[in-house]
Design a binder for this molecule. Structure first.
Ligand code: SAM
Length: 345
């Protein structure tokens, strides 16, 4: 009987198995996208997200940049192509620009960031130079005073406005603007947001409000639905549907009169896109989540200490348990134990 050689039984020096197949869940969905919350600290306290006035998060619980690099090396090998950095507020974390630059050898196809824009004016050009390709800025009102009241930070509007302009100058175009609509709160601004898209040459994406806030405001009635948004826009503009690109969660429209700007509508509540979800999420404290609404998290700490193969196995195990869909609005729906700011939006 042949005696297996000691080297043949051992994993390669990198600690990886030889040829990983794609990350596929039990519903056949292939996972290619990862959202990383690099901090759950936030300098805004948006009224629809945060309950109290206190700071979110703690710097001490954030995974180190070295740990993130190790995780991302494994994810890249497992077929993750797209990364989005989020938070909390990602631009609060020191070292992000150098971290993004250090990812170049891993060859991710798409590096994007979601920010509230408050610190963007000073960082946009460097983020671009570091290799960031796309940016989304959150803005829930186009009325300066109202926006400052939403964020609960005086002067927030001017900071975000300057951040958007700096991102455009830096070539992070087209800048996408996320606007979460809540009935009786900012739903009177749908047309004003469309005008903002046209004037500022940005993509405005309306997002249906999900039950992930601290203050328990969510009811089905507070959600401004995709249908309603479209009806309001179509009463004023002729819109042409744009093709949806792979992994894209938004329905996209351009203005038929040839105006610059674009409209997107993301409808996780009334038109869920779980059936073609290609995403996993990583929290700032190093837990893997397979859905925004996951009731289970997969801590990375032990696998990180053990090395590449363990991490690979953990990611595969988590993906095998990815939820078929969320259950917002259904009887028995259970909120996750963490809210949006701590999961990462
Ligand atoms: N601080 C960054 C920002 O403001 O974009 C990144 C994190 S924030 C949680 C990401 C996005 O999630 C923002 O566009 C925010 O408006 C959105 N968001 C927060 N709570 C939400 C909710 N309950 N439903 C839908 N979107 C929400």
């Amino acid at each position: 009987m042949p005696v297996p050689s000691a080297t043949a039984a051992r994993p390669p020096a990198s600690g990886f198995s030889a040829a990983p197949g794609p990350l596929r869940d039990r519903f056949g969905r292939i996972i290619t996208d990862t959202r990383i919350s690099i901090t759950d600290r936030c300098n805004y306290r948006c009224v629809y997200c945060r309950e109290g006035g206190e700071e979110a998060g703690q710097a001490g619980r954030e995974l180190s940049w070295d740990d993130w690099r190790q995780v991302l090396l494994v994810l890249r090998r497992l077929g993750i192509r797209k990364l989005r950095f989020t938070g909390g507020e990602p631009l609060l974390r020191r070292g992000l620009i150098e971290f993004i630059a250090s990812l170049a050898p891993l060859g991710f196809e798409d590096l994007a960031l979601t920010t509230n824009g408050h610190l963007l004016a000073a960082q946009a050009a460097e983020l671009r130079r570091a290799g960031l390709q796309r940016i989304t800025v959150s803005l829930d009102s186009v009325q300066p005073e109202k926006f400052a009241r939403i964020a609960r930070v005086p002067g927030a509007w001017e900071r975000v406005r300057d951040g958007i302009a700096a991102a455009q100058t830096a070539g992070l175009e087209p800048v996408k603007i996320n606007a979460v609509l809540l009935r009786g709160f900012n739903d009177d601004e749908i047309e004003a947001f469309a005008e903002f898209a046209r004037r500022q040459r940005v993509v405005v994406r309306f997002i249906e409000f999900m039950p992930l806030e601290e203050g328990r405001l969510w009811t089905p009635e507070i959600v401004v639905t995709m249908r309603e948004i479209l009806e309001r826009l179509q009463a004023r503009y002729r819109l042409e549907s744009l093709p949806v690109e792979g992994g894209e969660t938004a329905r996209r429209f351009r203005f038929a009169d040839g105006s610059p700007g674009e409209i997107g509508i993301i409808a996780p509540v009334t038109q869920p896109f779980c059936g073609h979800c290609s995403r996993i999420r990583l929290t700032a404290d190093g837990k893997l989540r397979t859905c925004l609404f996951s009731l289970r998290e997969w801590p990375l700490a032990a696998a990180l200490r053990a090395g590449g193969e363990e991490l690979e196995a953990l990611v595969r195990r988590a993906v095998a348990h990815k939820e078929e869909r969320h259950h917002i609005g259904e009887p028995g729906f259970q909120r996750p134990s963490r809210t949006m700011v701590h999961i990462g939006g």
